[in-house]
Design a binder for this molecule. Structure first.
Ligand code: EPZ
Length: 424
């Protein structure tokens, strides 16, 4: 086990580059199962979740090789597998994204039913309902979802709630279905659009990406393509918060500012100066402490739930009280208890948290509970007095590429060490 040891108080300065988006590269890799052949995927981040998805593809017959540091060649020639086993799906529930591609590309999918995770039960009922509407026979046995898709037919799929993975799975199943599919209340996240654009490059006929209604006209066949993954807006948002709560002055390269409108608006409300010049984001904070602000997480283009924990850290040292309302996941406030160990004044009431800003946090030993909670605790360590130790950082390695290296390049005092203190 490893931990990150952080000496707080350094004001971050300099330039950081954003990696490819975890939540875009995972469905993009799954999409290679739709059509046998050779794909080159660019801007692939080195993350645990990417390795897990490469392993899932491997089990399904795909061969993946790194052609340079961030470019992956995926060869699905001859790949006929359709089973994604429990011991890989339990590693990463996003493995369920192979369902739609296998149904579309191989007419058969047997995928371990993903369990919940720390932030919520994470059901896939809407995915399965959509696949049934497309003519799939969907069964369950011994914890596996069993999908037979010999007669995929276009249909109207109305999602009762916005689901990123559900939209992605139905997109991938529909591109080879007979006739037209309409997805209503579709997710509009940039990662969904990125997947859709890759599918279009493969010959899929899709309209309405990035809007609540997506039209797909099924085609006879697809062609493998090369595709570069969009930048990670959540990593970029995390670094914006790091620049703000350390009263630093940083430049963020390779981000896409248009994916961060809701986050930038809130950080400006907190008092940050954020500007964009030739696609580079410049962020600084001259105020001694951030101003308080409220957030309510919503599907894109609303404030992203994946940035909720990070901004709670900024609120914890704000001049005043802030209110956080988490509307997407039922249990995404566990970082509050760990922030309290650092001296934050956070009261969680159901889906809301009231954060009363304190002058400063004090370093302490804390434990990460999930991916974005670990980011929140690292941010807290950057601005807390003294030393903060964040254990169970395998969570952070799932979604941030070389975070301590990137923060160190901005002047943070942060080190990865062995952690004898915590049982695995
Ligand atoms: C994606 O998860 C992201 N993961 C999550 O990022 C992100 O938080 C989430 O979208 C919301 O933006 C990936 O893209 C790999 P949903 P996903 O389906 O697709 C409920 C991170 O930190 N729901 O949009 O699983 C669900 O329980 C991760 O990078 C159903 O009820 O999210 C949740 O309350 C965390 N039934 C809500 O919808 C379903 O069939 C939104 O979930 C599907 C979802």
């Amino acid at each position: 086990m490893e931990k990150l040891v952080i000496e707080g108080g350094e004001r971050l300065r300099g330039t950081v580059g954003i990696s490819g988006a975890k939540n875009a590269v995972l469905p993009v890799l799954a999409a290679t199962l739709l059509q046998q052949g050779v794909y080159e995927i660019g801007n692939v981040p080195h993350l645990k979740d990417v390795i897990t998805m490469i392993n899932v593809l491997g089990l399904l017959g795909a061969k993946s090789t790194w052609v340079d540091e961030h470019r992956l060649k995926v060869d699905t020639t001859g790949a006929e597998g359709f089973e994604a086993p429990y011991d890989l799906v339990k590693e990463m529930r996003a493995s369920v994204l192979v369902l739609g591609a296998l149904a579309g590309g191989r007419k058969r999918a047997v995928v371990s039913y993903p369990g919940g995770c720390a932030i919520g039960e994470r059901p896939i009922n809407l995915h399965l309902k959509g696949l049934s509407l497309l003519g799939c026979e969907v069964g369950m046995h011994e914890g596996y979802v069993d999908v037979r898709a010999e007669n995929l037919c276009g249909a109207k799929v109305h999602f009762e709630k916005s689901t990123v993975g559900g939209t992605e799975n139905i997109l991938m199943a529909a591109v080879l279905a007979k006739g037209e599919t309409v997805i209503e209340n579709a997710a509009m996240e940039p990662e969904v659009v990125d997947l859709g654009e890759m599918l279009q490059a493969m010959g899929a006929r899709i309209e309405g990406l990035g809007t609540p209604v997506i039209f797909i006209r099924g085609v006879e066949g697809l062609t493998p393509c090369n595709h570069d993954v969009i930048p990670d807006r959540i990593e970029a948002g995390t670094f914006l918060v790091a620049g703000g709560l350390t009263r630093g002055n940083i430049a963020i390269e390779n981000a896409n500012p248009s994916h961060l409108t809701a986050v930038i608006e809130k950080l400006r409300e907190a008092g940050m100066e954020i500007s964009e010049e030739n696609g580079v984001l410049h962020a600084s904070m001259s105020r001694k402490r951030p101003a308080a602000f409220d957030i309510r997480t919503l599907p894109y283009p609303g404030f992203p739930t994946d940035m909720q924990a990070q901004v709670m850290t900024m609120m914890s040292i704000a001049t005043g009280a802030s209110v956080v309302t988490e509307t997407i996941f039922e249990n995404r406030m566990m970082h509050a208890a760990e922030l309290r160990r650092l001296g934050a004044d956070v009261m969680v009431v159901g889906k809301q948290a009231i954060v009363r800003g304190v002058k400063a946090l004090q370093g302490a030993k804390v434990m990460a509970t999930d991916l974005r909670a670990s980011a929140c605790l690292i941010l807290a360590g950057l601005c807390a007095y003294g030393t903060t130790e964040v254990s169970r950082i395998y969570h952070i390695d799932r979604g941030y590429e070389a975070i301590e290296k990137k923060l160190g390049q901005l002047g943070a005092k942060i080190e990865r060490k062995k952690d004898e203190g915590v049982a695995p």
